[in-house]
Ligand binder design. Sequence first.
Ligand SMILES: Nc1ncnc2c1ncn2[C@@H]1O[C@H](COP(=O)(O)OP(=O)(O)OP(=O)(O)O)[C@@H](O)[C@H]1O
Ligand SMILES: [Mg+2]
Length: 485
Amino acid sequence: MNAISADVAAAAGAAGGKRALSRFATLRFRLILSVALVHAVLMGAFVWEAVRDQSAAIRAQLLNRGHELVSLMAVASTNPLLEENLGSLAEVTARVKHQPGVVYGEIVDVRGDVLASTDPARVGHRDRRSLDVNDTFPLKRGDHVLDLSRQIVVAGQRVGAVLLGLSTRGMDTALAGTRDRGLLFILAALAAGSAAAWALAMLVTRRLHALIAATRKIAAGNLDVRVNGGSRDEAGILADAFNHMVASLQRSSRAVQHEHDKRTEAERLACVGELAASIAHEIRNPLAAVINAARLLDEGALPLEDHAEAVTILNTESQRLQRILDDFLRFSRMREPRPVRGNVTALVREVSQLLAHDPALPERVRIENHAPESPCHASFDPDQLRQVLWNLMLNAVQAMPGGGRLDVATECIGDQVLVTVADTGDGVPAEIVDHITRPFFTRRKGGSGLGLAIVQRILMQHGGKLWIDSQPGQGTRMRFQLAAA
Ligand SMILES: Nc1ncnc2c1ncn2[C@@H]1O[C@H](COP(=O)(O)OP(=O)(O)OP(=O)(O)O)[C@@H](O)[C@H]1O
Ligand SMILES: [Mg+2]
């Protein structure tokens, strides 16, 4: 993965990885819920209003009819009452009895005695209901009869009254029917609204999901991915903008990759040249000694007593050549790193403890390990990073033959892990600081001069970098950084 796609991967990781969608946090769920709620509230209000209107109309109709019937009864009963004609009064109640919805009808005299009734058994009873009628809505709970009455007054004199009971069951059934139909209507509207919202949500979120999937592919390093623009609405415009952005990202990525390849090739060539120069420099002296000794032996010009010395020179110098060749092969055959995510802090502690227990460690060298409270993680090849740390710490210890302090620190700074190895040794003169990382550069007797070259090469392969600060006579500070993981 190149640098740009790595950045995108990091961003997508933050968005996609950490923000795993809960089922109820999805746009689709919220859209359906809001449309369903709006539907339910609006339909509920509409049905409630309709039931209220219908109920008022039916009640008014029932009351009108009741008043009409009571008035007719009163008119028809006036003369028979004055004449005390019970037969005519009975005819009036008999006629009323056949009217639809009539529960009872009675005619009473001024004392409240029933003179005629739709229920003949009640004739002769005294009825107090003429004083206690229930003719307004709402009726008492469980009461399904609307009671009405009318006083019969002749020349300012009360002569009796008519009582009428009308059943409200028909009205109640009609209202319950309207309510049930309204409820069904609400449910149907809810279902239809939710289905419509679901379809709409699918339409919108399908495109969003396509965008999310495409972003994830880009994060995985595939910059060839594009999304289908589809219609000319906002989602289509977003898809076009997205495709445009990916195309320009791909162009920049190619340019960066090209630059990177060019630089890597140039660095490789420079490295080869530098290495060749180093080897040439290293082998020049021993090779000259070998050639010289061989030539002297060959020419026979060498006195016999010097032959043994010439052979010794041939032996030691050719062995030196052999060692240089072995070192060179070891350096040039370094394998590619096999990075895994690991704890840098723990590895630093492990190597510094290993060094602290090394019997070759000068007695007066004190090792201090500064580790952060929470460990720093990075992606690295454990064997190779262990070698980097070992080479740096060993160099530091070797720079303090008379003792001193070695400080090793790990720090997690933003998305970087910084490791510092600082000593209070003899330091490096400013004019050679730039050379000490060259292969075979050494100022130490018995040193191969490959320690820092290996460090630098491993760090480069890990995408890291080595910084060297040194004050001759005061000490050296080596730092390198790795991308945190
Ligand atoms: N911490 C240090 N303080 C002072 N000089 C240093 C330090 N680290 C490295 N140097 C100098 O840099 C030179 C190169 O170091 P490098 O580790 O590459 O090789 P080396 O230590 O000489 O040999 P070896 O291959 O055994 O490591 C050393 O010889 C030494 O002079
Ligand atoms: Mg070394």
